[in-house]
Design a binder for this molecule. Structure first.
Ligand code: ATP
Length: 275
């Protein structure tokens, strides 16, 4: 299935340097060993939209996000940034593209240091890779107070009041919010989130959903893998449904949920798909 979707992103005053970025998978297939996990997936996440990727457990959502994040090349097909096949580029060029992608993946990945240091880490890494955020980084290095991008990212997820806390002392929900702040701090063009609210209470979930909407408002292309159908309906503009490694339906979220073309999607949404 192929996606054609008009760019809906707008450039916000606070992100004049943002490159509105479209990240796409085209006829992508992938497996591990002899097993095929993803088959002929074509979808795109556009600037200024949230794309929900839903489907039963084990259907390949994380694998798809990892391929979109350029962790490894797909067996077949392409991953494209603004129409360019990323695996046809040089390593340096691909690295430069990868730096524009913020990732919030399922594993807890905060290190033992202040919350603000964890968030600033993303900026420091990016500094060594490029000049685009140099001025922002200079604010971080050598300052005892968190730099504005760090503070802003923590404010976005409602964690600014805990910036001086040791990250080890955070609850799971707070840690998840900080991990997302770390992905947001370098002001990415694309944000990939894998189950960002799994096991979180409604308050933490609301904070993360609000961060996603804020990212969208700033023209960031957001792809969200989620088990939570209500969340997909609450936050996403478009939804792609994966089943057995194929994308069986995608389109505007309201349409997919209210009037799915594929009966398996209807049964999945209604919780009746025996899997
Ligand atoms: N590195 C790997 N080696 C072998 N198999 C793998 C590897 N990574 C994932 N898989 C398999 O690929 C399939 C899809 O896994 P994936 O994590 O992408 O699914 P998912 O839809 O994200 O699942 P969940 O909703 O439970 O997180 C699973 O059967 C998984 O066991």
């Amino acid at each position: 299935m192929s996606e054609t979707h008009q760019t809906t992103g707008t450039q916000s005053p606070g992100s004049a340097s943002r490159q509105l970025t479209r990240l796409a998978a085209r006829n992508l297939s992938h497996g591990f060993g002899d097993g095929v996990i993803l088959e002929d997936i074509s979808l795109a996440v556009e600037p200024g939209e949230i794309l929900a990727i839903v489907g039963p457990s084990g259907t390949g959502k994380t694998t798809l996000l990892r391929l979109l994040a350029m962790f490894e090349p797909p067996d077949k097909g392409t991953v494209e940034v603004d129409g360019e096949d990323v695996w046809s580029l040089s390593d340096d060029q691909r690295l430069a593209l990868r730096r524009r992608i913020g990732m919030g993946f399922q594993t807890r990945s905060l290190f033992s240091a202040a919350v603000s240091d964890n968030v600033a880490y993303g900026l420091r890494v990016r500094q060594s890779w490029g000049a685009r955020l140099r001025s922002a980084i200079e604010n971080v290095v050598g300052r005892s107070d968190p730099a504005p991008p760090v503070e802003r990212a923590l404010e976005t997820v409602g964690m600014a009041d805990k910036m001086h806390r040791d990250a080890r002392s955070l609850s799971a929900g707070e840690a998840q919010r900080v991990a997302i702040a770390r992905a947001l701090a370098p002001d990415p063009d694309v944000l990939l989130l894998d189950e960002p609210t799994s096991n979180l209470d409604p308050r933490n979930t609301a904070a993360i959903e609000s961060a996603m909407r804020e990212a969208r408002r700033h023209g960031i292309a957001v792809a969200l893998a989620t088990h939570d159908m209500q969340q997909a309906q609450r936050v996403s503009d478009r939804t792609a449904v994966l089943l057995d490694g194929t994308c069986i339906e995608s389109g505007p979220t309201d349409r997919v949920f209210e009037n799915p073309a594929d009966d398996r999607v209807r049964r999945f949404i209604e919780g009746k798909l025996v899997y």
